[in-house]
Design a protein around this ligand. Structure first.
Ligand code: ATP
Length: 338
């Protein structure tokens, strides 16, 4: 039986509830697929800021460093002190955000299946800003190295999907920064001749995500555009409650729902845990790939199968029109794992 240590950061707001539901699914996977998951508590976020004066304590960082993978719930006000630091610390350069239509979920179309591959370490989100008299300025950093490795990631991912990459930028206006990203994307596309490649300005992409979302396979883009487009894509297929994500580096990876701590519904037992459960699926896919473990690949498939059959049975939280609680969704999806 292969053993994996998983650093679990439950987070704030609805974080502990959705994490608990995801753990029920992980338990079922462990039993059905002979996988041993050692869950290591890695507390972070507002709760730690209040308790210990720092949102990301040193022992939490060590727990993440020593783990095989990290599963993270949403963090509240201190989100930037946690996720941005972890991304930089472990060089988690690829932010992967799939958006897929699932049966019985109201989506713009029933046949959307796309992935946004977002560069995770630079762009305006580096936070290099300054006051200048009555103005304020920000520095946008786009490097050849970061653009090249994220483009490589996108093309490799596309090779295992519908073999279609769209690089999204605004090089007609930001000629230097977007220009470099576009140029490097084009160069990388030359090394992957079997993958269809086109470019799209970010405004056109925002429009086409509403107009023809089914036409996209892999969207390759920079940090800020990717952040905005992925929230849009999540809505196209039914909302934040179903949107998972992965932050991937060469050695480490962290998986988390796209949604935030949602304080308005915290503690009510109505938060949708599916985004976190789909993040578990992404974690299993990554373990399958990085540890060459076929059982993890099979387990990942079973998670999606269980979610689909759960949705068909009407196992849904209120925001999707159902009556199930967070705990019930976790427990019933866990029962459907085979
Ligand atoms: P952040 O700035 O951290 O993204 P936010 O409050 O702007 O946080 P979210 O916390 O992601 O945004 O949530 C926005 C709204 O979407 C919430 O108020 C909540 O009603 C709804 N929501 C988010 N996640 C879920 C979920 N898992 N299940 C049900 N509803 C959710």
């Amino acid at each position: 039986m292969r053993k994996y240590s998983i650093a679990l950061m439950k987070g704030d707001g609805i974080g502990p509830e959705v994490s608990q539901a995801a753990l029920a699914v992980l338990d079922a996977i462990s039993e059905k697929f002979s996988l041993d998951f050692e869950i290591v508590d890695a507390p972070a976020g507002d709760i730690m800021l209040k308790k210990r004066g720092e949102a990301l304590p040193k022992d939490t960082i060590s727990a993440v460093r020593d783990s095989d993978a990290c599963l993270k719930g949403p963090v509240g006000e201190s989100a930037m002190d946690v996720i941005v630091k972890l991304r930089q610390m472990f060089d988690l350069y690829a932010n992967i955000r799939p958006a897929k239509s699932y049966p019985t979920i109201k989506a713009l179309r029933p046949d959307v299946d796309l992935v946004i591959v977002r560069e995770n370490t630079e762009d305006l989100y580096r936070g290099i800003e300054a006051d200048m008299g009555d103005s304020a300025i920000a520095v946008r950093v786009i490097s050849r190295r970061a653009s090249e490795r994220i483009a490589e990631y996108a093309f490799k991912l596309a090779a295992s999907r519908r073999k279609n990459v769209v690089a999204v930028h605004k090089a007609n206006v930001m000629r230097k920064t977007c220009g470099l990203f576009a140029k490097v994307s084009r160069e990388v596309s030359q090394r992957h001749r079997g993958i269809a490649f086109r470019e799209m300005y970010v405004d056109a992409c925002a429009m086409n995500l509403i107009r023809n979302p089914q036409d996209f396979d892999v969207i390759l883009t920079m940090n800020m555009f990717g952040d905005i487009l992925s929230d849009e894509a999540a809505q196209v297929v039914g909302g934040l409650g179903l949107a998972p994500s992965a932050n991937i580096g060469d050695k480490k990876a962290l998986f988390e729902p796209v949604h935030g701590a949602a304080p308005d519904i915290a503690g009510k037992g109505i938060a949708n845990p599916i985004a976190t459960i789909l993040s578990v699926k992404m974690m299993l896919e990554w373990l399958a790939f990085s540890k060459k473990d076929v059982n993890c690949a099979k387990a990942a498939e079973s998670v999606e199968r269980a979610i689909v059959s759960g949705l068909k049975k009407g196992i849904k939280t209120p925001e999707l029109g159902g009556k199930s609680s967070t705990e019930e969704v976790g427990r019933l999806i866990a029962k459907l794992i085979f």
